[in-house]
Design a binder for this molecule. Structure first.
Ligand code: PMP
Length: 307
């Protein structure tokens, strides 16, 4: 449980971080947010926030789309985050949720002439997807939001109704997660994670123009595959049946981390078990995020003072 939050410009006990039912963002989904993970390294006695600056730059981008004025730079948001984590004193993995939102208690759907607010809370966090080593997915009957409808490129609270519809239908139908198609029929992404497939030794992921969130884990995986495995990633549209016949498929995202997809709509992917490329990427990723790989130290911000 969270004990504190950053709310109203300061760190307060979580009980004091409350909004009214009249809040604009609650009524109309006019907020944007981020999701970051902090990883506890037991050997080093250190907590590391993963790619904090990039997450706060994306929050700035999302805010720009929603005409929200963030009163803090990405670097200042980072400082606030570290202060909150130190106050919580976590010695375990945690998830961070910064939110920038339209805070007025008023009726009227719009983006202009409204007051903005910013808050962060953090909670201890483990797995987001139980089946990280072998998920069974379906194609959702829901289509992905479109850049000219409600832009998935920005992490907007209201846009996540699309993700919630896809996720719940998939779970209630007995699957672990959904894959969502764009309006043009191309595979976009999972409900809250980006997709990669492997075909003939090549890594392939959908391009931003297929209405994905431009994921920070996606970017990290592209770099790790290139630098550590000599594998270039091709960004190109993916058809539904390419997922049926690919050799490996996997999700990436802050929550899901790197998770193998081993079945799609009752068809095994490859051998139907976790494949060699996703296995290696998982090892690399977990080493990097926990601060055990010096080459990627710049991605990991330590929370506590080093002795
Ligand atoms: N797509 C969607 C829709 C998401 O919500 C997320 C999680 N933020 C991702 C992809 C993965 O993005 P990231 O790696 O930046 O967490």
């Amino acid at each position: 449980m969270a004990e504190y939050a950053f709310f109203g410009g300061q760190i307060v006990p979580i009980e004091q971080a409350k909004i009214s039912i009249m809040t604009h963002a609650f009524n109309y989904g006019t907020g944007c947010f981020e999701g970051l993970r902090a990883y506890w390294n037991e050997g080093q006695g250190q907590l590391y926030v993963f790619r904090m600056e990039e997450h706060y730059e994306r929050l700035h981008d999302s805010s720009r789309v929603l005409r929200i004025e963030l009163p803090y730079t990405a670097a200042e948001l980072g400082e606030i985050t570290l202060e909150l984590l130190r106050k919580e004193g976590f010695r375990q993995d945690a998830y961070l949720r910064p939110l920038a939102y339209k805070a007025d208690e008023t009726i009227g759907v719009r983006l202009h002439d409204l007051t903005d607010a910013f808050a962060i809370f953090a909670v201890p966090f483990g797995r987001y997807l139980e089946q990280e080593e072998g998920a069974h997915v379906c194609f959702s009957s829901w289509r992905r939001m479109d850049d000219n409808i409600a832009p998935p490129r920005a992490k907007i609270t209201g846009v996540y109704v699309n993700s919630a519809l896809a996720k719940t239908d998939a779970i209630l139908a007995g699957y672990d997660e959904a894959l969502v198609l764009s309006h043009n029929g191309h595979v976009s992404e999972g409900s809250a994670e980006n997709l990669f497939i492997v075909r003939g030794g090549q890594l392939i992921t959908p391009p931003p123009s297929d209405n994905i969130l431009e994921g920070i884990t996606r970017d990290s995986i592209i770099e790790l595959a290139r630098e550590e495995m000599g594998l270039e990633t091709v960004e190109r549209p993916i058809d539904r049946t390419e997922v049926y016949i690919c050799d490996e498929a996997f999700f990436v995202g802050t929550g899901v981390q790197v998770a193998a997809i081993t079945q799609v709509e009752h068809r095994p992917i490859g051998e139907g078990v976790i494949g060699p490329i996703v296995s290696r990427l998982r090892e690399l990723y977990f080493d990097v995020v926990r601060g055990n790989n010096d080459r990627y130290e710049h991605w990991c911000t330590p929370v506590y003072q080093r002795d």
